[in-house]
Design a binder for this molecule. Structure first.
Ligand SMILES: NC(=O)c1ccc[n+]([C@@H]2O[C@H](COP(=O)([O-])OP(=O)(O)OC[C@H]3O[C@@H](n4cnc5c(N)ncnc54)[C@H](O)[C@@H]3O)[C@@H](O)[C@H]2O)c1
Ligand SMILES: O=C(O)C(=O)C[C@@H](O)[C@H](O)[C@H](O)COP(=O)(O)O
Length: 549
């Protein structure tokens, strides 16, 4: 391709240039290009590595060349790195271009990117550095911009539409012609794509959120696979079989492996049953597992994929809120043992995740609400806008028909994506995703896994909030907000007081424990997760005093 890009996107890191760029390209029927990706491909190193190895000036030179080349070669949508506008020559190159500056306010910027230690400029004291960066760069973005589009509180689709409106660009079909008139009953389905990984030694993959996504499965499975195993729970027998039939029509040798519903699937016996089915179907290293269902099914399917032949590709098709926002995303796979929750497992990221929102229509309300616990967790640890959306209408948040369903799911996935992209194997930062889980998992074990995961995590977050308050970390208002929001959607806050000694025993095998020391994720304030190590047993008991009934 040659000629000037149709649109150039600039703006701070984390503002969503790649996601909006992809969406804009789709809407305009043109290609998408990203100069950061060009640099990484040409150099064979991550941007973080270039910063560390060669320093920022060398990176800026590489970036200037990449921008010049892309402007000359590319005629679609072009996204530039966050600091590209710092270079005067690069700004001059942009003078004749149609440039959209995607803006966000400082608090939003801190919230979205402060977590990601992999971003080279923000590795130390992200909040302070963000403020300084934003102040220093805003006028440079404005200098090159043809249009400024604010992203705060908007979905990527809304930002895309605002950019099209601002530039008065008409969407066209891929052939360059205006789209054919649509039949009146045709429905346009927006798809949000969230990229994960690629910075911590794992292959990058995408989480797609939208409707009618199963058409994407064939492309994800790819041509190298001969066989596909669809692992699904009993509750989704029809879906599992329909998928198998569809894949067989596409030419794959497809088998459906039905497993028990919920936690009963997360056992060594069920994993062994799956291994047997794979063995009997002659499943090889180029073949692919598709895990369909709630988090229990995707945890099991991912674990089977991680262990079969020491690792085969797998694709997650989550069908519960909880699996979409959490379990199917991020590569933690595993099963339970008699001693505790998720004690055997592996980090084995999927090749892709398809979150088809239509699946949620058949989900029983209690399972739907259980998933909201992990959504609320994402709100407390990183994205308070999630809490605002739920609080604006808690009853609506309890159903897939609520006005914010897609946004809540997308925002929660983005929180997880940011974290696992920089710390896949839970060397540090990833522990924040365990907020509420130390006690939550202990309750699940105590209840022999008859409690829903989200319900147990809800009680666990209430406990973590009280612990944070008693440890002098968390302000009263934020601690109280835990109770009100969890209660407002129908999640439990309390558990049996007399079970405390057993819960303490169960918590000792939590994966965050070190030796005999219990460790908890607590909040230093809203969206400020931190680790509390070895709290005084008396403080723990006092916190449980607020939770026990
Ligand atoms: N790997 C991770 O990072 C991670 C993160 C969070 C939770 N988890 C795990 O996820 C599990 C909980 O997942 P969950 O809340 O999705 O529960 P689940 O998988 O137990 O599903 C709940 C129930 O709904 C059924 N179901 C699933 N989709 C349905 C649909 N669309 N319509 C009707 N029924 C449907 C299931 O068969 C099951 O009976 C726990 O085991 C938890 O440990 C893992
Ligand atoms: O992805 C993570 O990391 C999490 O901790 C997410 C949790 O919500 C999830 O329940 C996870 O399965 C817990 O992992 P574990 O390591 O505590 O078993």
């Amino acid at each position: 391709m040659s000629g000037a890009p149709l649109v150039v996107l600039v703006g701070p890191m984390g503002v969503g240039k790649s996601t909006v760029g992809q969406l804009l390209a789709e809407r305009l029927g043109v290609g998408h290009r990203d100069t950061d990706e060009d640099i990484v491909t040409a150099q064979g190193r991550t941007i973080a590595d270039i910063f560390v190895d060669d320093g920022e000036p060398v990176f800026r030179e590489l970036e200037k060349d990449a921008v010049r080349t892309a402007l000359a070669e590319h005629d679609g949508v072009l996204a530039l790195g966050g600091g590209a506008v710092l270079d005067a020559d690069t700004r001059a190159l942009l003078a004749a271009q149609r440039v959209v500056y995607l803006s966000m306010d400082v608090e939003e910027a801190v919230r979205r990117t402060g977590l990601n230690a992999a971003r080279p400029l923000l590795a130390v004291n992200p909040r302070k550095q963000w403020r300084e960066l934003m102040e220093a760069r805003r006028h440079l973005y404005e200098e090159v911009a043809t249009a400024v589009v604010a992203t705060d509180g908007r979905t990527p689709e809304e930002v895309t539409q605002a950019a099209l409106d601002a530039l008065e660009l008409k969407t066209v079909s891929p052939g360059g012609q205006p789209p054919d008139p649509r039949p009146e009953d045709a429905v346009v389905h927006d798809v949000t794509r969230i990229r994960i990984g690629g910075t911590a030694g794992s292959d990058p993959y995408e989480v797609l959120v939208g409707r009618q996504l199963l058409g994407e499965l064939g492309a994800l499975i790819g041509a190298k696979a001969k066989r596909v195993a669809v692992i699904h729970p009993e509750a989704l027998a029809e879906t599992g079989d329909a998928l198998r039939a569809d894949l067989a029509e596409q030419g794959y040798e497809a088998v459906a492996i039905q497993v028990p519903n919920a936690e009963e699937a997360k056992t060594a016996e069920v994993a062994a049953y799956c291994w047997k089915a794979l063995g009997q179907s002659g499943f090889t290293r180029t073949d692919v597992i598709v895990g369909v269902g709630g988090g229990a099914s995707t945890d099991l399917a991912g674990f089977v994929a991680a262990t079969w032949l020491r690792g085969v590709r797998w694709i997650a098709v989550p069908t519960t809120v909880l699996a979409m926002v959490d379990a199917a995303v991020g590569g933690k796979t595993g099963i339970n043992t008699a001693e505790g929750k998720n004690l055997v497992g592996s980090f084995h990221p999927p090749a892709g995740v398809l979150c088809d929102l239509a699946a949620l229509d058949s989900l029983p309300v209690n399972d739907y609400v259980s998933g909201l616990a992990e959504v609320i967790k994402a709100g407390f640890i990183a994205d308070p806008a999630i809490l605002d959306l739920i609080e604006s209408d808690p009853q609506a948040a309890r159903t897939p028909a609520g006005p914010h369903t897609a946004e809540l799911i997308v925002r929660s996935i983005k929180v997880k994506a940011e974290v696992v992209s920089s710390d896949l194997k839970e060397a540090g930062l990833r522990e924040i995703l365990n907020y509420g889980h130390t006690l939550g998992h202990a309750i699940e074990k105590n209840e022999r896994y008859k409690w829903r995961h989200g319900a147990a995590v809800s009680v666990g977050m209430h406990f973590a909030a009280e612990l944070g308050r008693l440890a002098g970390r968390l302000d009263d208002a934020t601690a109280d907000r835990h109770r009100s929001i969890l209660e407002s959607v129908g999640l439990p806050l309390h558990y049996r007081h007399d079970q405390w000694p057993k819960l303490v025993e169960n918590m000792k095998v939590d994966k965050k424990s070190r030796g005999d020391m219990l460790r908890f994720i607590v909040l230093d304030g809203l969206a400020k997760p931190t680790v509390l190590e070895g709290p005084d047993p008396a403080v723990l008991l006092a916190a449980y005093g607020e939770v026990g009934e």
